[in-house]
Design a protein around this ligand. Structure first.
Ligand SMILES: [Zn+2]
Length: 58
């Protein structure tokens, strides 16, 4: 038999490797990935934002 595709198995969108909308890091490369309706953000960018807020001189 011919014509059987070995990659047909995983077509679930949940299996896609999403990337952070801010730094482009893959989910598999970050500890955690948070998803909103419009964007995704990794744990590093969240930590960065928190830090930036705290250190913001204004
Ligand atoms: Zn990020």
């Amino acid at each position: 038999m011919t014509g059987s595709a070995p990659f047909e198995k995983s077509t679930n969108k949940e299996n896609e490797d999403p990337t952070c909308s801010f730094c482009g890091r893959k989910r598999s490369e970050s500890k955690a990935m948070f998803r909103s309706e419009t964007a995704r953000i990794c744990d590093r960018c969240i930590a960065k934002m928190k830090k930036g807020k705290e250190e913001n001189p204004q």
